[in-house]
Structure formats: structure tokens, C-alpha cells
Design a protein around this ligand. Structure first.
Ligand SMILES: [Zn+2]
Length: 156
């Protein structure tokens, strides 16, 4: 791969070449050729460092992307925990939950044992919502027919 020279390297090479042509003393000319070789070595090392720098910039960008993804995951997890955790309201003695599991809708749960409450269907909709867990026996103070109204009172 041809290594691109910096303006300084080009200027130095030209200067040394000019000096070599001008000098008649063999020993000085040989020393100048050594200088020329050193300039080439430095240019090569400089090119290597530039390549390394580019590579590190790429790796840094990749790391930054990983960090950004990680932060996003953390934010998502926090949100999920809020949804499945303490995101509930007590209305008229019934615990309403809204989360991923309830399809982001307020659903009635037993305030004693956290079981989802059974809604009484017509013609029994004047009965309260009741807990399906054996031995719990919780029943809501309001009739099943009023569930929609109570849910609407919660809002968001
Ligand atoms: Zn219960």
C-alpha cells in the first residue's frame, strides 16, 4: 500500500535531494542519504500511527453505540418495572392494575390477594366483582355493572 506523505515529509525529501545534488563531498552525501532514509522511516511510522488512530476512532464509535444501547435497555427495564410493579390504583376498595400483562388497560384485582376479580355477567351484574381464589371471598362494594364507570374514574 503506498503511504501518503505529509507536506512536511515531501518538503524534507525535496530539500535533502537538492542538498545531495549540490554536495560534491562523498561523505556528506552519504550522510544526507542516511537523513533521507530516516525521513522515510519517520513518515512510515507516522502513517502507521494515523492508521492506528483511525482504528481506535472506529472502536470508540462502536463502544459508544454499545453504551447507548445499554442505556436504552436500562430505560426500557425501568419502564417495565414501573408497569409491572407499583402501577396500581385503589378505587372503591378494589385494586386496579395497568401493565403489559393487562394489555395496558385498568383491570380489577383483589386488594387482599392480588388475584384478578371475576366480573358478574348479566343477569347477575348487580352482584359485586368477586375474588376467584378459594377461601379469599372478597367481593366488591359496587356492582359489576358499575365496573366501567369506576374504571373511567381512574383516568390514565
Ligand atoms: Zn382475593
Amino acid at each position: 500500500m503506498p503511504e501518503p506523505s505529509t507536506p512536511t515529509v515531501v518538503a524534507l525529501t525535496n530539500l535533502v535531494t537538492k542538498l545531495i545534488q549540490r554536495i560534491t563531498d562523498r561523505k556528506s552525501a552519504a550522510e544526507l542519504r542516511e537523513v533521507q532514509m530516516m525521513v522515510n522511516t519517520l513518515a512510515s511510522e507516522n502513517f502507521g500511527l494515523q492508521q492506528k488512530n483511525l482504528q481506535m476512532q472506529t472502536e470508540l464509535a462502536e463502544l459508544q453505540q454499545v453504551i447507548a444501547r445499554f442505556k436504552q435497555q436500562e430505560a426500557d427495564n425501568d419502564k417495565k418495572q414501573m408497569d409491572t410493579g407499583e402501577n396500581f390504583r385503589i378505587r372503591r376498595g378494589v385494586k386496579f392494575r395497568k401493565n403489559v400483562a393487562t394489555g395496558q388497560k385498568w383491570m380489577p384485582f383483589c386488594p387482599n390477594c392480588d388475584t384478578i376479580l371475576q366480573v358478574a355477567e348479566p343477569p347477575y351484574s348487580q352482584h359485586g366483582l368477586h375474588c376467584t381464589k378459594p377461601k379469599c371471598g372478597f367481593r366488591s362494594s359496587f356492582p359489576s355493572s358499575e365496573l366501567e364507570k369506576v374504571t373511567a374514574e381512574i383516568g390514565d
